[in-house]
Design a protein around this ligand. Structure first.
Ligand SMILES: [Zn+2]
Length: 84
């Protein structure tokens, strides 16, 4: 098994650690490095945990910045905006 660390959360309202560390198999880790989708290689991660590896945002920051119900999805335009 291997421990991987998520990105640092760049958001404004943390309620916990700025990064997340998860334990994964060596095989899954290699597939992730090779560019596989995170939901395919780490299916046990929750949506919130995956987001920490994709954008870095932790749940409180994500909810504050993007207060949309997840089941409705987030408009594409909003996704391209969050870097700025
Ligand atoms: Zn945060």
């Amino acid at each position: 098994m291997k421990h991987i660390q998520s990105k640092l959360c760049p958001g404004p309202s943390h309620e916990g650690p700025l990064t997340l560390v998860v334990e994964v198999t060596e095989e899954a880790y290699q597939r992730w490095l090779a560019g596989a989708y995170i939901q395919d290689v780490f299916p046990d991660l929750s949506l919130d945990d995956r987001e920490r590896f994709i954008s870095g945002y932790c749940t409180p920051c994500w909810d504050q910045l993007f207060p949309f119900p997840e089941e409705d999805g987030i408009p594409e335009e909003e996704f391209t905006d969050y870097e700025g």
